[in-house]
Structure formats: C-alpha cells, structure tokens
Design a protein around this ligand. Structure first.
Ligand SMILES: [Zn+2]
Ligand SMILES: [Zn+2]
Length: 391
C-alpha cells in the first residue's frame, strides 16, 4: 500500500465513471443508492452491536433499571443511523460533485469533502456520547499527524518518549479530574479510571485518605480489580476470533497476554499508593496529590506502551481544560467548535484510509470496513487496479 498523490489520483481516476470507484454494485447512481444505504445499515448494525455489548458489560449495575435499557436502545438506534447516514450520503454527494464538475473526479471532491460534510450527522448522537466520539476522532487525527511527522523525519517516537508523554499526560488528567470531583455534572470522559473525590476536612471522617477502610486494602483491591479487567480484555481479544476452537485459544495464552493486565493493575495501584502516602504524610487530602501520583502511575505504561494511549491521555486533559475555558466564558458557547472539529477529523481520516493507508490508524480501517459491510475494500481494490493499469 502506498501513498496516492493528488497528481496520481487525478491522472488515473479523474475520468473514471462513479460506478467504478463509488458504487461498483450498480451502474446507475440512482439505482445504486438503496443498495448502498441497505449495506451500510447492515454494517452499522454489526459495528454498533459490538460497541454497545461492550458498554452494557461495563455497566452491569444499571441492568435492573428499565430506564437504562430504554436509553441504551435509543442510543443504539441513533448510532446505527449515524453510521448508515454518513456512508450512504457520502456516495450520493461524491456522485453529485462529480456531475457538477463536468463528470470529473478530483482528489478532494472524491471523498475528502463529502466525508467532511457528512460529519455533521454527528448531531444524531446525544450530547454526552457525541463528545466521547469527537474525543476519539481527535485522538486518531493526532496519531495520524504524529506518524506523518515521523515519516517525514521531523520526529522520532521512541518507547521512552511514549512513556514520558503518558506520565505527564496522566499527571495532568488525574489532577483535572480531581478538580472536577465536586461538580454535579462531570465532563463525559472515557478513561481507565476515575479518581476518588478529594476528602474534605469538614466531613468529620477520621480517615485523611479519599477512601474508607485501611489503605493497603484499598490499594490492593485497585490493583486486583484492574489486573482482572486487563486480563479479561486481552483474553477476550485472543479467544473471540478463535471461538470455534476454544482449546486452541486457551493453549496459546502466553506471557504477552498479561501485559495489559500488568499495566492496568499497576497504573491504578501506583496511583492509589502515592495518594494514600501523601494524605498520611500531610494529614489532609488535596487534588494536587494527583500530579505526582499520576506521573508515577504513568510509568506502568512501560508494560504496554502505545502511541494511541499517550495521545488519549493528553486529549482527555485538553478536554477537561476546555470545559474550564467554556465555563469561565473564555470560549464563547455559540461556536460549536467540537462538532466542526469532528467534521474535519472525519474528512481527513477517511480520506487517509484511501490515499495514505500506510500511516492511517487501524481503527479507521476497521470502522470503514465494518460499517460499509466490506464495500469499502471493493472500491479500494478498484482504485488500485486502475492505478496499476496506467503505470
Ligand atoms: Zn454515481
Ligand atoms: Zn489511604
């Protein structure tokens, strides 16, 4: 897979009919459309079933509430509509732009502009989920840009740098999360762990730490629980693709499958231990303890270092910081900055999936493959064939 430049794309695909590189399943734009929407609806249902199943498993405590199931059902339908609408409308728009430009495809009007515009469908998601998705796409974009800087030689990302980034990011994120602790409505954020609220002196408890009971129990329980979660995730990832032969899957468990468990466990364990130590030493609790605690806890990412994770922790901190800016009216409310940012991210990343696949994050590949019900691969193969023929 190589980069497809603007020049190459327009020379190869400029005059190709849209039935080859937008909707190979039907020659007519009009008649292809129902099939496009149908396939993306199927793909979307598949994709979000997995996403929502994972979310349900993480919230078993709420299962007894009828309201919770109603809400999840509604969100599931809205997400599925989002997936189908983005992809289906993209195809219509790409054909339309081609027709407007005198039956010619250009590098930007083929998929970048259509996918940027269909990003507005993000409004289909309810605000709380929307902000999580925007966060995810922002992380993916940052990953893509960092990789492209690395490729052009401006930057070298080593494991040590990734770990250091993660340490600084964790320290800021945990600090800002603890600052937010007393607020009624917290900024929605998807992170491994939500730190305990700061213990106030006035609340009359004998314990100076932000938890009940003895410190060692609190620390070990954190370590154990998160070790278990990490292990469960790694095993699920290992076993699900091999579900047909569970024996084979179980016999292939090796040391590397404990990496995530060690990372999760020590991340929470170290964080809690440092906070408890400082509380005991100073005799009172403070949000500031999260700074050294988060920093040292970040060391655990040596077990399972990843660029994506280091970016995620920073963008989480950035998000909490931007909430503070909105609250202090430094950022005006009427500009939907996050939604516009999402449109830009979607356009850039979906474009990169086709034109710059070497450094496009894997998540984007999987997302487009599943939601388009594998139609995306079909189209991409066609583009590669056309390019091969002219070279
Ligand atoms: Zn068409
Ligand atoms: Zn303690």
């Amino acid at each position: 897979m190589a980069v497809i430049s603007k020049e190459l794309f327009e020379r190869a695909c400029g005059d190709v009919p849209c039935s080859v590189i937008v909707h190979p399943w039907n020659e007519s734009c009009l008649r292809a459309s129902p099939e496009t929407y149908y396939q993306t609806a199927i793909g979307s249902i598949k994709f979000y079933s997995i996403v929502y199943a994972a979310q349900l498993l993480m919230q078993t405590k709420k299962w007894k509430k009828k309201e919770f199931w109603k809400k999840m059902g509604e969100y599931y339908i809205r997400s599925t509509l989002l997936g189908a609408a983005v992809t289906g409308t993209y195809a219509n728009m790409s054909c339309f732009l081609r027709w407007m430009l005198g039956n010619k495809f250009t590098f930007y009007t083929y998929n970048r502009i259509p996918f940027t515009l269909t990003g507005l469908y993000i409004y289909l998601e309810p605000p709380s989920r929307r902000s999580l998705i925007i966060n995810l796409f922002f992380n993916l974009l940052a990953e893509y840009y960092l990789r492209s800087l690395e490729r052009s030689g401006y930057l070298k990302i080593t494991k040590a740098k990734q770990t250091l980034l993660f340490m600084i990011g964790s320290s800021l994120l945990f600090y800002l999360m603890r600052l937010e602790g007393d607020k009624e409505q917290r900024t929605p954020l998807f992170w491994l762990y939500t730190p305990e609220k700061v213990r106030r002196k006035e609340d009359g408890s004998k314990n100076v730490c932000p938890h009940e009971g003895p410190c060692h129990k609190f620390i070990l329980k954190g370590y154990g629980t998160y070790f278990g979660i990490g292990l469960a995730i790694s095993l699920a990832r290992l076993i699900i693709p091999k579900i047909k032969t569970p024996i084979e899957a179980i016999s292939s468990i090796r040391g590397k499958h404990f990496k995530m468990a060690l990372f999760f466990g020590s991340y929470i364990g170290i964080y809690r231990a440092v906070v408890c130590y400082l509380c005991r030493k100073q005799g009172f609790d403070s949000a500031l303890y999260a700074l050294p605690a988060g920093y040292l806890a970040g060391l655990s990412s040596m077990f399972n270092s990843s660029l994506g994770l280091s970016i995620a922790v920073f963008s989480g901190a950035l998000k909490l910081f931007s909430t503070i800016l909105y609250e202090k009216k430094i950022l005006p409310d009427f500009i939907p900055l996050p939604e516009l940012l999402y449109c830009y991210c979607q356009g850039t990343l979906f474009h990169a999936r086709f034109m710059d696949p070497d450094i496009c994050p894997n998540y984007v590949f999987n997302l487009m493959k599943t939601v388009s019900n594998h139609r995306c691969e079909w189209v991409y193969e066609n583009i590669l064939d056309i390019i091969k023929n002219i070279q």
